[in-house]
Design a binder for this molecule. Sequence first.
Ligand SMILES: [Ca+2]
Length: 245
Amino acid sequence: MHRASLLLLAALALVAACAGDDAGDTDPSGTSTGGDNLCQTLACGLVHAYTFDEADALPDAIGEADALLINVADRAVSGQAGGAWRFNTAAGESVELPAGMLDGLAGLTICAWYDLDGGSADEILFSWENSVDGGQLGPAWWSVGNSISGDGKSTGWHLTCGVADKGRGLELYVDGVLQGDDPFKPIENDGASARVAIGLDLSTLAPMPTYGYFDGIIDEIYIWDRGLGADEIEALHGMQGASFW
Ligand SMILES: [Ca+2]
């Protein structure tokens, strides 16, 4: 299929995604101005959100993908916005989400606030797998941005965003700044997803209790069915966890 056709399909999908959106009292700082992004607010296309504000459950605040399996002991620490959960690599802690929850999306953006809290900077916050390819988001996103250094790996709250867009390929942002991109690798999501997890790197073939898990605090994971613009991601970082939907 020609690239122009892919772009047209993506544009049509974005129209469909935005048509049913209720943006509510969205902060005007989330207004998009860039490129072929048809959405006017950050809330447009938001399909899943996890606040980590509750200690006894991890409900999906936007969609229906509530956590299925929770293996995290410390679920009441201070977060970037309200409460957050502390994931412990040594105990092999993670959360399993419904399989297939990312299937069929025309584009994908995943953002998460994290505080390494002295833990490893190379572990993965969010990952999934399917029969074509999987993805991992942490301070790294697939093969993009693996060499990130500096503030994104320091203790304190950071926002990481991974974008997979048919027109743009892959992009990784930390604290609103583009860290790396790969325009030649499209989103590969064939509608046959297997597992989706928080705090676990599913690309690790046989995770061990001390390997393949995130070591640090996770708060506020947001998932969109479109590739957010760089201006939107910068605005989201500037809001420092304030609600936008
Ligand atoms: Ca929270």
